[in-house]
Design a protein around this ligand. Structure first.
Ligand code: SF4
Length: 155
């Protein structure tokens, strides 16, 4: 199964803090050949550095960002919406290029969030919603799942 995968879950140090969130179960499925991963980090592809400032969506979720109704800001108020939108478009190009069957995305992220994102107050509160890249992939017909769904499917 060819899968777009949030690179940080594969052990790539692309997170805002320069670290990763490698997922042992995911890596096992990769090693077993059940998943052929195409690692992507939309925030790096959008032109942001690593490490970088933490960001959250305010005024909605990724679908609202794409429609211009919400934006992505850092804790100190810098508007970085353009970087996340650019990154989402680059990931969409890659997904089309490799004919991805699924995208396995990191929940909580303003780019990769898949069912849950932070609420825009930088207080650790989560709300239902999707990150910008996950939303754009879904809008273009790609199946987007989070790691929990993958684990449910592959017990
Ligand atoms: Fe991981 Fe996505 Fe954040 Fe990149 S943008 S560090 S792939 S969650």
């Amino acid at each position: 199964m060819i899968a777009i995968v949030s690179a940080c879950m594969l052990g790539i140090n692309c997170r805002y803090d320069g670290k990763n969130v490698a997922d042992a179960k995911l890596l096992k499925l990769v090693e077993a050949g059940e998943i052929v991963p195409i690692p992507v980090c939309p925030e790096q592809l959008g032109g942001l550095p690593t490490p970088r400032k933490q960001s959250e969506i305010i005024g909605g979720d990724g679908f609202d960002v794409i429609e211009g109704r919400a934006k992505v800001v850092t804790r100190d108020g810098e508007d970085i919406t353009g970087y996340l939108v650019k990154g989402a478009k680059e990931v969409l190009k890659i997904a089309k290029l490799v004919k991805a069957e699924v995208a396995i995305m990191k929940n909580g992220s303003p780019s990769c969030g898949c069912g849950t994102i932070y609420d825009g107050t930088f207080s650790g509160r989560k709300v239902k919603g999707f990150g910008v890249t996950s939303a754009l992939l879904m809008q273009n017909g790609f199946k987007v799942i989070d790691i929990k769904e993958l684990k449910r499917d592959n017990r």
